[in-house]
Design a protein around this ligand. Structure first.
Ligand SMILES: Cc1cc2nc3c(=O)[nH]c(=O)nc-3n(C[C@H](O)[C@H](O)[C@H](O)COP(=O)(O)O)c2cc1C
Length: 342
């Protein structure tokens, strides 16, 4: 058998659990990105053999329904929906997904609310959750979650405090045999995909690498900012008031980064004055991010909007069709496996 053929077999074998679980050709998910992951990008990813995810974000059930229907019109391949757990209409959103037989639902932004896993599984759909620590990975597995995403702090958007490589070492050795685990955060090259697959991951999830694909509706200014940036430009937001815990967000540094500091002061003051409680304060911060991201992605305001991007942004250098990005990642992974086997 030639080395290339052997590496192809090895890649298929390493990804098999992921592809069986997702129903896709390769176990590469395009992580949901608010405003970016809509019908065009999602269908392009699934059509190219990966697995696309609609970012529901703050959409109403009606809007989500329209997006699912529109995505189905563009692909007959499987795709999923990412729901934010703190959405006030989460159960209505699950009902919409069930009505349209969405096969995979990702619950993001916190632990799944009571009854949500059961509501999803009642329709036969698979539940995927984020595991930010080994103890939570075990808890989520016991709660009936079907697969996990481990996302490190190198990722774009909302992040946890721990690096991908550390989470992978902590969680994969004991949990990878229990359920499929997908690795996210900081992946921009097949070399890393090969490494995580060999550690026991079922597949990977990338966001930053796909944000500037030809099929992405992100504004040309947003894409240009990505092409110019290097890893060190993608910085984490800073919490300025210890009484107001905010989930850090990784984004390219710009004037919007400073505006977020001012926003935190404003919300902290409202908290001090008793004008809002902690839940409302945190929700206000989340609404701020959604608006700021929209400003950059849709309006192209790359100075004041939020340019959420992961540290892998330095590996995003030009606009490419999704199919090409996936092809490159797969051939890099195969080449890495080949080298390791030699
Ligand atoms: C612009 C942008 C928006 C994002 N929005 C969301 C979101 O709405 N929900 C979510 O679960 N993850 C979101 N993410 C995280 C991605 O789904 C994915 O997990 C992450 O980008 C993977 O790490 P990477 O950026 O290093 O590839 C976002 C990421 C980016 C870059």
């Amino acid at each position: 058998m030639s080395d290339t053929l052997a590496a192809t077999d090895r890649l298929s074998a390493l990804m098999e659990r992921g592809t069986d679980f997702l129903g896709s050709k390769v176990a590469i998910l395009c992580g949901a990105m608010s405003w970016v992951s809509e019908r065009h990008l999602v269908s392009a990813v699934s059509n190219a053999g990966g697995f696309g995810l609609i970012a529901c974000g703050a959409m109403t059930p009606d809007l989500l329904e329209k997006e699912i229907i529109a995505t189905k019109a563009l692909t007959d391949k499987p795709f999923g929906v990412n729901l934010i757990t703190m959405h006030p209409m989460i159960f209505d959103l699950i009902a919409v997904c069930n009505r349209h037989d969405v096969g995979h639902i990702v619950l993001a932004g916190g632990l799944p609310p009571r009854g949500s896993i059961e509501a999803i599984k009642a329709n036969g759909a698979k539940v995927i959750c984020f595991a930010p620590a080994l103890s939570l990975a075990k808890k989520l597995h016991r709660s009936g979650v079907d697969a996990l995403v481990i996302e490190g702090m190198e990722a774009g958007g909302h992040i946890g405090p721990v690096a991908t490589g550390v989470l992978a070492q902590e969680i994969l050795p004991s949990m990878a045999t229990e359920l499929p685990i997908f690795i996210a955060g900081g992946i921009g090259h097949g070399e890393a995909i090969a490494a995580y697959l060999e550690m026991g991951a079922a597949g990977v999830q990338l966001g930053t690498r796909f944000a500037c694909a030809t099929e992405s509706i992100a504004h040309p200014n947003f894409k240009k900012a990505f092409f110019r940036a290097s890893a060190r430009d993608a910085v984490s937001s800073v919490q300025i008031d210890p009484r107001l815990p905010v989930i850090p967000v990784r984004a390219l540094k710009n004037a919007g980064t400073e505006a977020f500091t001012a926003k935190q002061r404003e919300v902290a003051q409202k908290l001090d004055e008793g004008a809002v409680d902690m839940g409302a304060a945190q929700l206000e911060i989340e609404h701020y991010w959604a608006g700021a991201l929209r400003k950059a992605v849709i309006d192209g305001d790359i100075e004041n909007g939020s340019l959420m991007a992961g540290q892998s942004v330095g590996m995003v250098t030009k606009e490419e069709p999704v199919a090409e990005i996936i092809e490159i990642l797969v051939s890099e992974t195969r080449a890495a496996l080949e080298r390791r086997a030699a």
